[in-house]
Design a protein around this ligand. Structure first.
Ligand code: GRG
Length: 373
């Protein structure tokens, strides 16, 4: 009977390349001529082929996986780098413009101006204005055209922080690493500083954004988001939630989508409006914003539980130590982190059609997930 000599194929199941080398060198033999009578029968040979096929398939899968990991890691690190570089450059431009907008000439009462500038120009991440500018760039628009909307959203955000820190709300003396506005200037001036920033945001967009149809779209977007349906409504829900012990995960999500998520989404949408983005781009940026907005809040809860107060610049542990419902209390640390990971993955997926134009935004999504401040 014809078989295949095992004498030279011994390593073949472990190292199949040798096995094929054996075939190439024609190690076929029969029982009589094989000195060690050491033949492989046909079914054993087929078994070897199958093992080889499995080995080869696994090798291919591993190589493909390795390639994917390298590609993804390469992309992720290039997106992180793209974001870090652009974030630094844009922060300088944003802060220069905020400085100009809060100059007011001689017309603004001294204390009020000092209170506004204390809060507005304090060290901060400038995430929302950066989102406006990066969204505009991702849609082929220009930073200069989007700058008024970017500054406006930072003004609204700063007003909300000033009012949130008041004794009637969260009652906090530390914000952005400095005494909160009312702690330094008194409650009345802090309330007025917040009011002035809220009004100025719409002054800046309507006067400095062109064409006027785009300015109107941005004003409608931002005023809706800053109002009773979203930011203020979310804050009212949040205050109400402190008195309740029957809240579920869906309630928590609803509060944060309104209070934190909506401003993040609107920042992206305003950037898209300024760049004349098409409906498809607007939709994808909105989905991106929904996902990073919720992830931002989950990470905020994680940082409240285990962050470094000196890095973050606001009081920590208040939410975790109070009765207030947080993601960490509801789901625990690991599950909260998993939820944030999944949201960021979904966010990144929604930007895949933007190509390299979307890379800084993808880097920003990674920053939100990994931030320590
Ligand atoms: C008073 C109308 C009104 C609303 C208050 C935004 C808000 C609603 C309250 C702020 C309190 C808080 C901790 C909210 C959750 C997340 C959040 C908005 C944090 C602060 O934003 P960051 O981390 O801060 O972007 P910086 O200082 O970097 O801008």
């Amino acid at each position: 009977m014809i078989g295949f000599c095992r004498s030279n194929c011994l390593g073949s199941t472990v190292y199949p390349a040798f096995f094929f080398a054996d075939l190439r060198y024609d190690n076929v033999c029969d029982a009589k001529s094989c000195p060690r009578d050491d033949r492989l029968e046909v079914d054993q040979f087929i078994d070897h082929i199958n093992k080889f096929e499995n080995w080869f398939r696994k090798l291919n899968e591993q190589t493909a996986h390795q390639r994917d990991v390298e590609t993804t890691e390469g992309n992720v690190s290039s997106c992180t780098q793209a974001f870090n570089e652009r974030h630094q450059q844009l922060t300088i431009l944003i802060e220069k413009k905020l400085e100009q907008y809060s100059d007011f000439g001689g017309g603004c009462p001294k204390d009020l101006k000092a209170a506004i500038r204390h809060s507005l120009l304090a060290p901060a991440k400038r995430l929302r204005p950066t989102l406006v500018l990066l969204a505009a760039e991702a849609c082929g628009g220009d930073v200069a055209d989007a700058m008024p909307a970017a500054c406006a959203v930072e003004m609204i955000h700063t007003y909300s922080l000033i009012h949130d820190d008041l004794p009637a709300m969260d009652d906090d003396d530390l914000r952005r690493g400095l005494p909160s506005c009312h702690a330094k200037f008194g409650e009345a001036v802090a309330i007025l500083a917040g009011d002035a920033l809220l009004a100025q945001a719409f002054e800046v967009i309507s006067r400095d954004t062109s064409p006027s149809e785009v300015a109107v779209k941005c004003c409608v977007e931002l005023s809706t988001t800053a109002g009773a349906l979203h930011l203020v409504g979310g804050q009212a829900d949040d205050l109400d939630a402190e008195q309740r012990d029957d809240l579920a995960g869906s309630d928590l999500e609803r509060i944060h989508r309104r209070k934190t998520g909506a401003m993040i989404i609107s920042s992206l949408r305003m950037g898209a409006f300024v760049a004349n983005a098409d409906a498809g781009m607007l939709e994808k940026l909105t989905i991106f914003g929904e996902n990073i907005g919720l992830a931002f809040q989950i990470v905020d809860d994680l940082l409240d539980f285990s962050g470094d107060q000196t890095k973050i610049g606001k009081s920590l542990g208040k939410d975790s130590q109070s009765e207030k419902l947080t993601y960490v209390k509801l789901y625990g640390l690991d599950e909260s982190k998993r939820k944030a990971d999944k949201l960021i993955d979904d966010a990144i997926e929604s930007l895949k059609d933007f190509g390299t134009n979307g890379h800084p935004l993808i880097g920003l999504a990674q920053f939100i997930l990994n931030r320590t401040y």
